[in-house]
Write a protein that binds this ligand. Structure first.
Ligand SMILES: [Zn+2]
Length: 153
């Protein structure tokens, strides 16, 4: 599968989050052999938990699938720029490459507010921005427009 196709799977997961009334964010983790070893989507509202981010769910699943915490041969694809919590988890898991779609102007820790991957921690993931970025951003815009309309009604 191509990078675009892996992001396509992350977009499917984001749409699943949207169907559950969540901010649409999806994430997949791919091992060096091309296998998807972890998947996650936003569940913050359903779980009533601030830790319910897509990336944390995908990292948890990948560690379980692989039987270890070192994801040093994995790539992570996420529809939205990771927040500081998730960027920190990515560093801790030693993930070497991160692809994200849309920018997150208020919480983004991969270039928007700061870039956690360039702060001199012991591990520095390579960063690829804007993969299928317009589709990822459009999905988020749909969600927030709908929310606004519902508030106005
Ligand atoms: Zn996050």
């Amino acid at each position: 599968m191509t990078d675009e196709e892996y992001m396509g799977r992350a977009l499917e997961l984001a749409r699943e989050a949207l169907d559950h009334g969540e901010v649409p964010v999806g994430c997949v983790i791919v091992w060096a052999d091309g296998r998807i070893v972890g998947e996650g989507r936003n569940r913050r509202e359903e779980d009533g938990n601030a830790l319910g981010h897509a990336e944390l769910a995908a990292i948890r699943m990948a560690c379980e699938t692989l039987g270890g915490w070192r994801l040093h041969r994995a790539r992570l694809y996420v529809t939205l720029e990771p927040c500081p919590m998730c960027a920190g988890a990515i560093v801790n898991a030693r993930i070497p490459a991160v692809y994200y779609g849309a920018r997150e102007e208020k919480m983004g820790a991969c270039g928007s507010i700061l870039n956690l991957f360039e702060e001199g921690f012991g591990h520095r993931p390579r960063l690829y921005r804007g993969l299928r970025g317009e589709e990822c951003a459009a999905l988020l815009a749909d969600f927030f427009n709908k929310l606004r309309r519902e508030k106005e009604e």
